[in-house]
Design a protein around this ligand. Structure first.
Ligand code: AMP
Length: 435
């Protein structure tokens, strides 16, 4: 299959060539014709599969071959993404693919001045790529008119739900015309995604390019057992010993990201942190320094790293394992993109073995364990040898309580037989509400 066979216009084919794409990826081969046919789509595709071009190319073509007859341009395509970084990336891709077309696209997200966004709407735009919070703000202030939207794209829908955007999205949808084409992309399928898709989509065509909840197949994964107090030493030794030039390191908390970054710098490694407490400006600059090689090690939290598109990122390290197994899939999806090989290493201490088992259960595979000379753990630790995951009844109960608390710290107290109440610990925030 070639891009020419997908019925794309000369302008788009030229733009694709400039990007260096020669053949369409599986998601592009399947989604582009279906979108041209006007179908709603439910696509199981991870970041790195080429999903952005899979929706951007046909939408750009449909807009340009069927221009709006209205005098003032109102947005006709709305793309919702979970993070500012992803909105910026999708917006940049739209501009790159559509550079030979006379369409206008704009990115809309929080953390930056709202007025330039309002000015752009006033001048007229065709495509809006936005995060839900700021877009809803515009819709409620009536600074954007969403009554001409013909196409709605929900990109990384699973992550938008994880981040608590569902209410905002439902409110936004109320501003849209009922008659529109909907495209939903999600890396993972949970029951909440299925329900959301049922509500949003009209007889969608299902497209699945990676097996459900599987880790990117091009990624080699290893677990390095290590005592928790020696993780930083091991990381520095790996970065230096293996001469890594570009590595993305995940920590569970913002504080952990800051601390690790300082320690790596004191070890003589160029490192920088990216997380939700950093301003958009700093995040953009940090990402640019990482992409151009000034910063070798980028330390990130899950939410901040979501949507980072770094071509051929070779190494991802889980400094801490995520307590939500799906986050592992998202993390390692930062490498092994667009057919390139990648390596994902997890530094796992004794206390994290439960997380590891849950991850392996989700992946339905064991991750190879590789001990590193000089960092072995005491022999008493049988590392991830047990089959995941045989919990006793009471363990299941406490696990479901943990998920009922939605990642917040706190405790459950029994209020009546069979009933419990969750009291959030002071200062414990709901996970991932803001990137
Ligand atoms: P995405 O899944 O949309 O985040 O895309 C991941 C990466 O693949 C981006 O860097 C794209 O530029 C690249 N890409 C998209 N489509 C193709 C293609 N057909 N051939 C090669 N690279 C592609």
């Amino acid at each position: 299959m070639s891009f020419e066979n997908l019925g794309l216009s000369v302008e788009l084919l030229r733009a694709i060539k400039t990007q260096g794409y020669t053949t369409p990826t599986p998601i592009q081969t399947q989604a582009i014709p279906a979108i041209f046919e006007g179908k709603d789509i439910l696509a199981g595709a991870q970041t790195g599969t080429g999903k952005t071009a899979a929706f951007a190319l046909p939408l750009l073509q449909m807009l340009s071959t069927n221009p709006s007859l209205k005098k003032h341009r109102k947005p006709r395509v709305l793309v919702l993404t979970p993070t500012r970084e992803l909105a910026a990336q999708v917006g940049e891709s739209m501009q790159a693919y559509g550079r030979l077309l006379s369409l206008r696209s704009t990115m809309v997200y929080g953390g930056v001045n709202i007025n330039p966004q309002i000015d752009r709407f006033k001048r007229g735009v065709d495509i809006v790529v936005a995060t839900p919070g700021r877009l809803l703000d515009h819709a409620q202030r009536r600074t954007i008119d969403l009554s001409s939207i013909e196409f709605l794209v929900l990109d990384e829908a699973d992550r938008m739900l994880d981040m608590g955007f569902i209410k905002d999205i439902r409110k936004i949808v109320n501003y849209l015309p009922k008659d529109r084409q909907n495209l939903l992309f999600s890396a993972t399928y949970s029951s909440s995604i299925k329900k959301f898709a049922d509500d949003m989509l009209n007889h969608p065509m299902h497209i699945e390019v990676a097996r459900r909840n599987t880790a990117a197949e091009m990624v080699t994964q290893y677990v390095h057992p290590v005592e928790s107090g020696r993780k930083r030493e091991l990381l520095s030794s790996l970065i230096r010993g293996q001469k890594w030039n570009q590595v993305l390191v995940f920590t569970r908390t913002k504080h952990g990201a800051n601390r690790l970054t300082k320690q790596l710098i004191s070890d003589g490694i160029q490192a920088a942190a990216i997380h939700g407490n950093k301003s958009q400006n700093v995040r953009t600059k940090t990402l640019a320094s990482f992409k151009n090689g000034v910063v070798r090690t980028l330390v990130a939290t899950d939410v901040a790293a979501r949507g980072l598109d770094i071509n051929s990122l070779p190494h991802v390290v889980n400094f801490d394992l995520p307590n939500i197994p799906e986050d592992y899939v998202h993390r390692i999806g930062r490498t092994g993109r667009a057919g390139q090989k990648g390596e994902a290493l997890s530094l796992v201490c004794r206390e994290e073995q439960g997380f590891l088992m849950n991850i392996q259960k989700l992946l339905k595979q064991k991750i190879s364990v590789k001990e590193i000379e000089g960092f072995q753990m005491e022999k008493s630790t049988t590392f991830a040898k047990k089959t995941p995951e045989k919990r006793t009844k009471s363990q299941w109960k406490s696990k479901s309580r943990e998920s009922a608390s939605n990642g917040k710290r706190g405790r459950f107290t029994q209020t009546a037989p069979g009933r419990t109440r969750f009291t959030q610990a002071p200062g414990s925030k709901k996970r991932g509400v803001r990137p």
